[in-house]
Design a binder for this molecule. Structure first.
Ligand SMILES: Cc1ncc(C[n+]2csc(CCOP(=O)(O)OP(=O)(O)O)c2C)c(N)n1
Ligand SMILES: CC(=O)[C@@H](O)[C@H](O)COP(=O)(O)O
Ligand SMILES: [Mg+2]
Length: 625
């Protein structure tokens, strides 16, 4: 019987011999490749934490002890050893296993969102609560990647954790040297310097073994060496930043050597003080296509051929790639244009720009607030920064957009990728907040391209704005076919025109769906005019004039219904005394259950059929009134 089938709970791991643990790790790697190749997911990160997860669950007693996973994308092995192997065929699917920890799945799970650099804050809070409850026997362990450690929130928590030696937290730094791309910055350099410790520690071990064979004299020499260890350490290796903060530092430890890991974890457990265990791991370990993938070691993949690692459903030209290609073109004409990413150069389409213009490209690590804040500095110096990030991660930098960009009226362009529903990455990844959040930013101008031509146009228009922040937002996935306008009036693209009294205002990439809905309406005797406002903040006066000429106005946006474009239009029409019947269609549940983008959009009533139903109902109720 496969060993994995014998593991129903972490305690089962403690019965295994070292040889069985090695065999189990092998089985787990095969299991991960077999399943994630079908479902897609974070294969590379999870292949890198197999031994670490086994050692953690053998040393600590979850769920009595708390195991926290920063980001949580690397918790598949944790799920496997906590009784969920049978559910992996439904990973990241509607009604299936979440791609992140989920309290509804298991008492072993705690943090459910996927936003980096927060686990240490939970650990600090839980440690304080443990102190108040007197439950000193409970260990609190947080696994934080080297990438997540570049996030400011992690240092806010470390500052607090280090200040309380009587509030022990075990911090596992899972250091594989990468976020997606190699982790950047001074911290990454420091961790790398500490990693060289590995050589130093090996040298000590070798010295011990060699001297052990030399009898009492050898022991005397080794004891002298060991006594001088701190001096040697300071001389040969960098003084660990963490120790200067007041945290104990253990490591670096080979993150794939279960015995060495357990030795270090037992030491950490016995520390009874805040302690860092610095584990050196390799993302993608044990699966050659991931190991050899220099882009991101299969950080996050779609379905692949497990034999070759090749993508089964290549997506064609994505919005991210289209943006990146256009920015490279523009940058040739605009030497003032610079680009910033928060540790996701490939995902947001900036790899080409980074290659062409390395001096004008900045990866700030997983630090969105700093990405926007540093853009303010670049703009004040006369440059035009383009900050490319995912919609859901922009949320944590809204204050910087408000106070550092808008208040100073700085020409910075935010390129908001994965805007709108993403779906299979679960509720914390949908980029549904940007349209509503940014509506509140004074002076900020926002565009939502519907296809490639409008992406190019609106990006260039945004880059011309030097006295206010601008934002361009587009969804995950392929750009799709063009949607040519019949005509453009004062910035508004008329996509379909009819004498009927219904106006459909389609925001961004949903324009094509809105046109399909218009066809369905026509089949039911309702003729509609469909327009794309292109710039959704501020709304064009022409849009208000168009709306005032129609009895029914239906707005459609891939974003929160409350506070989005439709809400603003409704308010502006009311302010102008327009009596049109306005129906706002958008995402009403900000935290939809995971599923495909199509499933979540359907649930939100944003399919062609559901939009057509809404239009026909609005006309019927208007007629009845
Ligand atoms: C605030 C935030 N920004 C960006 C991301 C996207 N993201 C997911 S995992 C990841 C890299 C994490 O690197 P690390 O913490 O080292 O974990 P590893 O994947 O190497 O195990 C990033 C940037 C995120 N989850 N949260
Ligand atoms: C965990 C995380 O935040 C990222 O890895 C994210 O899952 C990537 O999303 P995309 O697959 O849309 O790039
Ligand atoms: Mg990493």
């Amino acid at each position: 019987m496969p060993l994995l089938e014998r593991i129903n709970e972490p305690a089962d791991l403690r019965q295994l011999s070292p040889a069985q643990l090695t065999a189990l790790a092998e089985e787990i790697r095969h299991f991960l490749v077999r399943h994630v190749a079908k479902t897609g997911g974070h294969l590379g990160p999870n292949l890198g934490v197999v031994e670490l997860t086994l050692a953690l669950h053998r040393t600590f007693d979850s769920p009595r002890d708390i195991l926290l996973w920063d980001v949580g994308h690397q918790a598949y092995v944790h799920k496997l050893v906590t009784g969920r192997a049978a559910e992996f065929s439904g990973l990241r699917q509607r009604g299936g296993l979440s791609g992140y920890p989920s309290r509804s799945e298991s008492a072993h799970d705690h943090i459910e969102h996927s936003h980096a650099s927060m686990a240490l804050s939970y650990a600090d809070g839980m440690a304080k609560a443990r102190g108040l409850s007197g439950d000193s026997g409970r260990h609190i362990v947080a696994v934080v990647g080297d990438g997540a450690l570049t996030g400011g929130a992690a240092w806010e928590a470390l500052n607090s954790i280090a200040a309380a030696p009587d509030r022990p937290v075990v911090i596992i730094v899972n250091d594989n040297g990468r976020s997606y791309a190699p982790t950047v910055g001074g911290l990454a350099r420091h961790l790398a310097a500490l990693r060289t410790h590995a050589g130093y520690e090996q040298m000590l071990k070798w010295g011990k073994r060699a001297l052990d064979g030399a009898g009492p004299a050898g022991h005397t020499v080794y004891r002298a060496l060991h006594a001088a260890k701190q001096g040697i350490k300071d001389a040969l290796a960098p003084q660990a930043l963490f120790e200067d903060l007041g945290l104990k530092y253990l490591g670096p430890v080979d993150g794939h050597d279960i015995a060495a890991l357990e030795e270090a974890l037992e030491l950490a457990k016995a520390c009874h003080a805040p302690v860092i265990v610095h584990c050196i791991t390799r993302k993608g370990l044990g699966y050659r296509p991931a190991e050899e993938d220099e882009t991101d070691h299969f950080h996050g993949i779609g379905a692949i051929d497990p034999l070759t690692g090749s993508q089964l459903r290549p997506s064609g030209l994505t919005w991210s790639a289209a943006f990146g290609q256009e920015l490279v073109t523009v940058a040739a004409e605009r030497p003032d244009v610079v680009a910033i990413t928060a540790a996701m150069p490939g995902s947001v389409g900036l790899t080409g720009f980074a290659t062409e213009y390395p001096a004008r490209f900045f990866d700030v690590g997983i630090a969105e607030q700093h990405a926007v804040g540093s853009a303010a500095g670049l703009a004040m110096a006369g440059l035009h920064p383009v900050v490319a990030l995912y919609g859901t991660f922009l949320n944590r930098a809204v204050d910087q957009v408000l106070m550092d960009l808008a208040l100073h009226r700085l020409g910075v362009t935010l390129v908001i990728d994965r805007a709108g529903v993403t779906g299979d990455d679960g509720p914390s990844h949908n980029g549904v907040w940007d349209l509503a959040l940014l509506q509140s930013v004074p002076g900020l101008r926002m565009a939502a391209p519907r296809d490639l031509p409008t992406l190019h146009e609106e990006l260039r228009e945004a880059l011309e704005v030097a006295d206010a922040p601008t934002a361009i937002r587009f969804p995950r996935g392929a750009v799709g076919p063009g949607v040519p306008p019949l005509r453009r009036a004062d910035g508004v693209d008329v996509l379909r025109e009819s004498p009927g009294g219904v106006l459909v205002v389609a925001v961004g990439a949903l324009a094509r769906t809105a046109l399909e809905a218009a066809d369905l309406c026509a089949q039911r005797g309702v003729e509609t005019t469909v327009v794309d406002p292109r710039w959704v903040k501020p709304l064009s006066p022409e849009l208000l004039r168009l709306a005032a000429r129609h009895q029914v106005v239906v707005t459609v946006e891939d974003g929160l219904r409350t506070g989005g474009v439709g809400t603003v239009l409704l308010q502006e029409l009311a302010d102008a005394g327009v009596t049109a019947d306005v129906r706002v269609l958008g995402v009403t549940d900000g935290f939809p259950e995971q599923g495909t983008r199509a499933e979540v959009l359907a649930e939100a009533g944003l399919t062609a059929r559901s939009i057509a139903d809404a239009v026909v109902r609005a006309v019927a109720s208007r007629t009845a009134a």
